[in-house]
Design a protein around this ligand. Sequence first.
Ligand SMILES: C[S@@+](CC[C@H](N)C(=O)[O-])C[C@H]1O[C@@H](n2cnc3c(N)ncnc32)[C@H](O)[C@@H]1O
Length: 307
Amino acid sequence: MHRIKKNMEKLHKPVLLSEVIENINVIDGGEYADLTFGEAGHSDVLLNHRISALVGNDRDETTLQRYREEGKYRDDPRLKLVVGPFSDFLRQVGETKFDGILVDLGVSTRQLLEPDRGFSLMKAGPLDMRMNPGKGESLASLLARLTPDELADELYKNAEIRDSRKLARKIIEGFNQGQIQTTLDLAQVAGKRVPGKSHPATALFTALRMMVNHEKEEMETSIPALVEALKPGGRLVVITFHSTEDRLIKRLFLKLAGRCTCEEPICRCQQPAKVKLITKKPVEPSELELLENPRARSAKLRCVEKI
Ligand SMILES: C[S@@+](CC[C@H](N)C(=O)[O-])C[C@H]1O[C@@H](n2cnc3c(N)ncnc32)[C@H](O)[C@@H]1O
């Protein structure tokens, strides 16, 4: 157990760390929220600064519980931990306003590496993939009720998987016939691994995880609302790991900045600007970071500032 803990600590590296700190605009006495607390990689560094408060949110209760037991700042009165999806965050914190909010999407290293959670491509685990264990529908329960066409639409919408119809049919048939019972069985449906290349099931697992956790819906509803929770001059920083997510964040940010995103002959979407764009193009990891942490390879950071 001790060895697993040590290995996880070594394995987890917060993505785009210095870029987050630079963009979120850390000020002495400032108040911050980390909506995807995970293993506290970013939060611990924010708490190293002279900020006055940090609210750490995660929908995975186990991750927060572990921090309460062994986290670096677990007894620090500046830190408050709240559990729930970030779409529920504003209800939980009420009228509080922040100088900076961070959203680092996706799963944490620990969630990925613990086969029991059902995210692992390399080790057999249950068909689960829920970030909040035990709540909502697991992957198995969704596979039991979705039609191949419904699953194909999800695969395409979430990760633009080519051949999504064929793949979805194979998955639903394999599941119904009892051939797909674990994450390893599922990964093999996408093809054999070629050494030196990313696993052929990577995009499939991303799409399924996004479906199980309603990740796009979370972003669509939460990002505009989160801007309301910023103080004037406060910054919202979002890190994505897939081009479909990045495109969605880009569109939401443009809309909040008062730009037209509707592609209609006569614009129907333009609204007064609530933010200004701080990153015109997404910030990507440096070559050095990619050498040290290949998991960061598809990360993109975007930032807006409340007007
Ligand atoms: C990429 S990890 C964050 C890693 C963290 N920044 C660190 O450096 O340790 C994403 C975390 O956000 C959580 N998460 C993802 N989507 C969420 C959502 N919609 N609401 C709340 N938590 C979410 C996951 O459970 C996971 O722990």
